[in-house]
Structure formats: C-alpha cells, structure tokens
Design a protein around this ligand. Structure first.
Ligand code: SF4
Ligand code: SF4
Length: 283
C-alpha cells in the first residue's frame, strides 16, 4: 500500500488545533447555537450559556453526557479555537462587552481553525504535492488573521474560506485520482442508512455526503474523501480510515467506532467511543 501522506509537515500546527478545554472558558457551551435535536441539552441561541455550565466554566454533567443522549456535546470539537480565544482573564459572565468581543472572536477563530485543519491535510497529501506551497502560504495567512484580540469582519473570513476551498478542491481530486477514484458527479449525495458493511471503498468520494447512520463497519476506506460529510451516527467499527482524507475530529466524534477502527496518525480516538462514562467528552 503506497503512503498517501508525507510525514506530518506542521506538527506544531496540529498541536495548536487540538482543543484544550482546561485553558478555555466554556466558550462552545455558551457562544454557539445549540439545538436539542442535534444532541444538546436544550435549544440555546448563541450567547446563552448552557444551564449545566458551572462556576468554573466546566460541564457539571460531564460523565453523564452519553447516558443522557447528549451526542452533540460529546462530538463537538473547536479545533483549538476555544483556548486561543480565551486568553483574557476577564470574566465574560460579568462583563457584557468582554462577552461580546470574546464570543465574536471565538466564532472567527472557529472558522479559521477549520480552514487550517483542512490546509494541514492538503499540505501533507503526497498526490497533491504541486499544491503544498500554496497550502503553506494559506496556512500562514489563516494563522495571522487569527492574531490579535479583535473579532474579524465576516466578509473577510468568507473571502478567505473561498480561497482555501479553491485549493482544497484540486487537492481532493488529485488524491482521489491517485488511488483510482474519481470525484462524485453528485454533490451532497444522500447515503444515509446505506449498508456498505465490509465493502472495499477505496477512493470513494463521500465529500459533502449525508452518511447519517450509514454502516461503514469493516470497510477499507483508503483514499476516500470525507470533506464536509455528515457522519452522525455512522458505524465505523472495524473500518480502516488510515488513508481516508479530510476527516475531522468532530466527524469522528459524531460517528460510532471501536478499538478496531484504524485512524490516521493525527486523529485521536474520540472519548465518546469509550464506553466508560468517565471519558465522556472533552469539557
Ligand atoms: S471544546 Fe469547547 S470548552 Fe473545549 S476548548 Fe473548545 S470551545 Fe473551549
Ligand atoms: S458540554 Fe455540558 S455544559 Fe456544555 S453544552 Fe453540553 S451539557 Fe451544556
């Protein structure tokens, strides 16, 4: 099996894109829109803290999240945006101006860190080596845009997202082609509930697909792309994802896996796959 990635080119960046809830102030539990139907405790508009967020910015029901069916909480991952935003000692619960600034900055950083995650992947894919220089340049730009402590103009973030997407698309296509796959002619294919169990799915383009509850257990997914796919409830037990591309922690956290699921080296096994309640999500 030919390697699909070079050795991690930006290990420090990968580290910075790892959520560290101990250095955060419960931002995802207050700043984001959360819906009960998506596995959060209630319908909560952006800016309204979850009633379970305690005085230390910790989740008071951490350890019961799975038992309570709060899979939105266990799956969420900010890719390091939370601790990067929460550098000020000011308490957003007592300071409305700080709250507005901090939450807006967190949302900007969430978007930028998602772009950085995908760019780090593009910069490592061997079939996309012609794009490595461009990816590196965009990584520098995205990181710089997140410096300072003011929120970013939304239009600026969108322009950056467009530029990043213009690089990700060919990176995805080059990699699929190298493993004998090809881009799917249908965007947003609905594969929800499909039974792929054990099938060889090398080079399969699942980008932007709905894979809700799909059975991918035991599948060989080398070179398959999950760019923007919705994997909520998908069964990844025993699947080989080592060579899958554009997977994110939040996709894995929303799916089901087990000790036999094989992952790319830069992705950790989600805590939510552990049946022990002590390991119930990051917060
Ligand atoms: S996952 Fe939530 S609590 Fe943890 S670092 Fe990110 S925003 Fe903060
Ligand atoms: S992790 Fe806990 S505090 Fe955060 S939204 Fe979920 S239940 Fe609320």
């Amino acid at each position: 099996m030919r390697p699909i990635r070079r050795e991690e080119p930006f290990p420090q960046l990968r580290k910075a894109l790892t959520a560290d809830c101990r250095c955060c102030r419960g931002l995802c539990c207050a700043a984001l829109y959360r819906a009960r139907t998506e596995g959060f405790p209630a319908d909560l508009p952006p800016g309204r803290p979850c009633p379970h967020l305690d005085g230390e910015y910790r989740c008071a029901i951490h350890g019961q999240l799975t038992a309570r069916g709060l899979h939105g909480c266990t799956a969420y991952d900010c890719l390091g945006a939370g601790q990067r935003a929460a550098t000020s000692p000011a308490d957003w619960r007592r300071d409305p101006e700080e709250k507005e600034r901090l939450f807006a900055r967190f949302l900007s950083l969430t978007a930028l860190h998602q772009m950085l995650w995908y760019l780090a992947e593009a910069a490592a894919l061997l079939p996309a080596r012609s794009l490595w220089e461009g990816a590196q340049q965009l990584i520098g730009e995205c990181w710089s845009l997140g410096e300072g402590d003011v929120p970013l103009d939304a239009a600026l973030v969108e322009r950056q997202r467009t530029r990043v997407n213009q690089l990700l698309r060919p990176a995805h296509e080059l990699t699929l082609a190298a493993v004998g796959g090809r881009p799917s002619p249908r965007r947003s294919a609905d594969c929800s509930g499909r039974q792929f169990r054990g099938a060889p799915l090398r080079g399969r383009d699942f980008s932007m697909s709905l894979l809700l509850g799909a059975d991918l257990s035991g599948c060989d997914l080398w070179g398959s792309s999950f760019l923007g796919a919705d994997l909520r409830g998908a069964d990844l037990r025993g699947a080989d994802l080592r060579g899958s591309i554009f997977l994110t922690p939040i996709q894995l956290g929303a799916a089901r896996g087990d000790g036999q699921t094989r992952l790319p080296p830069f992705l950790s096994r989600p805590a939510s796959w552990d049946p022990s309640p002590q390991h119930d999500g990051p917060r």
